[in-house]
Design a protein around this ligand. Structure first.
Ligand SMILES: *[C@@H]1O[C@H](CO)[C@@H](O)[C@H](O)[C@H]1NC(C)=O
Ligand SMILES: *[C@@H]1O[C@H](CO)[C@@H](O)[C@H](O)[C@H]1NC(C)=O
Ligand SMILES: *[C@@H]1O[C@H](CO)[C@@H](O)[C@H](O)[C@H]1NC(C)=O
Ligand SMILES: *[C@@H]1O[C@H](CO)[C@@H](O)[C@H](O)[C@H]1NC(C)=O
Length: 481
């Protein structure tokens, strides 16, 4: 083995290392999919931005000489050019498989107003003009990538813009004169505008759009110790039908980010296109959450007598246990008990089509609280319960709710002889239903936020449960500020 590895040419070894994540089964924990319908919406919103940016283009002044029969030489100058209106039509954002997207507009229209000046020896004249720029087309490729630490990137490449026709209309005393060489002026305008449009679009993509894409969080803090790693696992993947963005989707403890012992499943996303975006959230997201909270002792609990309702027919005192565990009351007369519970291992969420469940295994240790404030262990219980889980979606978060069934209690070890655990079972059911799960549910109600761009809201969500993952379809809304 060692010999053959050493014999591998370095390049081949490099390739092997590069493909290692895939080979080790590093799948995305969360996939965001944008459909054609989503791209159409993005196009409409993008146009509003582009249109307002076009208004801000500063067109340069330009000057030139003219020479007309009988009139002779002179100089003209165009200045104070201002885009008065623009109508962008035939726009589309299409998938560019393997690279990203192509943005095009066609047959669009801009109206420019400005002032002209003409100097011819001692003669100085001025007026205004109106410019109709017709049949504007633009095509720009948006290459999507990712950069450390897993942020999306976009670069504009191969921008081309073409203007079919420019018509100038001059007014003022010598307007007729300028109209004589309008074709010369018009072609100059055309060239200037063509390059300005691409310049503006490239700047818009490489700075504004790039910054906007980076509003997707790389990590989202949940609370004082847990965060979700939403770094991109690779560049967004464009195919002929959709754009998929692969996020790691892993919960971690921000005090010690330890590697996870299991991998995210391969998700076979259903072919659905009726909504703008889809999120596939694998069990990996939920199970790494479970792991982090379990490791932090979040699922440890303790029950003492003061937590038992006054009307309960069993109390956590040795006296109350007298009838069914006589030895306990004899050995420790009139003392209080404490039950300490742990969930044995991080409970995993089971996904079956249409249903979610978990089956946490708990272990509860019973102690006598001695007058010396030392705790003497006396018995150990195994507690099994089936829990059904409901997940819902609320604006930008997946929220959960757990509904436990009755627990099954088994006596695993006892220092005071075997005893019937039925009474303890009632007490535990009471505690679990009224204290433990309500606490957990309060936290689950805070929800897991999805990795969304700033100002994006999800609406009309539809949630499906598939084998290994949650599939959320939704439309999006960009909230302008
Ligand atoms: C939770 O309880 C277990 C068992 O008693 C213990 O080993 C662990 O340290 C506890 N965790 C925390 C964070 O309290
Ligand atoms: C889902 O769970 C409910 C309640 O536990 C059960 O009635 C139903 O049959 C389950 N559905 C599937 C598809 O397993
Ligand atoms: C949990 O559900 C399984 C399957 O329905 C069943 O066999 C098991 O007894 C249940 N466990 C408890 C503690 O209710
Ligand atoms: C959704 O979340 C908001 C704020 O977090 C909350 O006020 C509202 O009750 C939630 N709605 C549902 C249906 O859970």
């Amino acid at each position: 083995m060692a010999n053959s590895a050493r014999a591998l040419p370095p390049l081949l070894l490099g390739l092997l290392l590069m493909s290692a994540p895939g080979a080790l089964g590093a799948n995305a924990g969360l996939v965001a999919r944008i459909t054609d319908k989503g791209l159409e919406y993005v196009t409409r919103e993008g146009l509003v931005t582009l249109q307002s940016e076009l208004h801000k283009i500063m067109l340069p002044d330009f000057t030139g000489d003219f020479k007309i029969k009988h009139a002779g030489h002179g100089q003209y100058e165009f200045h104070s050019l201002d885009i008065r209106s623009c109508e962008l039509l035939g726009s589309a954002l299409r998938l560019l498989p393997g690279q990203g997207l192509t943005f095009t507009i066609s047959d669009s229209f801009i109206r420019v107003q400005g002032k002209w000046k003409v100097r011819k020896r001692f003669l100085k004249l001025q007026g205004s003009f109106d410019l109709q720029v017709k049949g504007i087309t633009l095509s720009v490729n948006l290459l999507l990538g990712s950069q450390p630490p897993g942020r999306p990137t976009v670069t504009a490449s191969s921008c081309s813009s073409y203007i079919r026709d420019v018509e100038a209309d001059m007014s003022g005393n010598l307007g007729w004169l300028l109209n004589l060489f309008h074709s010369q002026i018009e072609s100059k305008f055309r060239r200037v505008l063509e390059s300005k449009i691409c310049e503006m679009v490239q700047k818009l993509v490489n700075s504004d759009l790039q910054l906007y894409l980076q509003t997707v969080p790389v990590t989202t803090e949940m609370d004082s110790f847990a965060s979700i790693d939403y770094s991109l696992m690779e560049a967004p993947r464009a195919t002929a039908q959709m754009l998929d963005v692969m996020f790691k989707g892993e919960f971690f403890n921000h005090h010690h980010h330890s590697p996870v012992a299991f991998v995210a499943p391969v998700m076979n996303l259903p072919e659905e296109h009726s909504q703008m975006v889809y999120f596939a959230v694998s069990d990996y997201v939920f199970n790494t959450a479970s792991l982090v909270y379990h490791e932090a002792g979040y699922l440890n609990f303790s029950i003492t007598d003061d937590m038992i309702p006054p009307n309960s027919n069993i109390r956590l005192t040795t006296k109350s246990f007298r009838t069914f565990v006589p030895r306990l009351a004899r050995l420790y007369p009139s003392m209080n008990l404490e039950l300490q519970g742990v969930v044995v291992s991080a409970p995993l969420l089971n996904f079956t089509p249409g249903n979610l469940s978990l089956a946490p295994q708990m272990e509860i240790e019973g102690f006598v609280l001695l007058p010396s404030s030392v705790r003497a262990p006396i018995f150990r219980l195994g507690v099994a319960t089936n829990v059904s889980a409901m997940l819902t979606f609320n604006t930008s978060k997946i929220t959960g709710f757990l509904k436990p069934e009755k627990v099954q209690v088994e006596l695993k070890e006892s220092k005071v002889g075997a005893f019937n655990v039925a009474l303890l079972e009632a007490l535990l059911n009471y505690y679990i239903l009224n204290t433990l799960y309500p606490n957990v549910n309060d936290n689950l109600a805070k929800g897991i936020p999805l990795p969304l761009l700033k100002h994006i809201q999800l609406c009309d969500p539809v949630l499906q449960i598939h084998k290994d993952f949650l599939f959320l379809g939704s439309n999006i809304q960009y909230k302008r500020v």
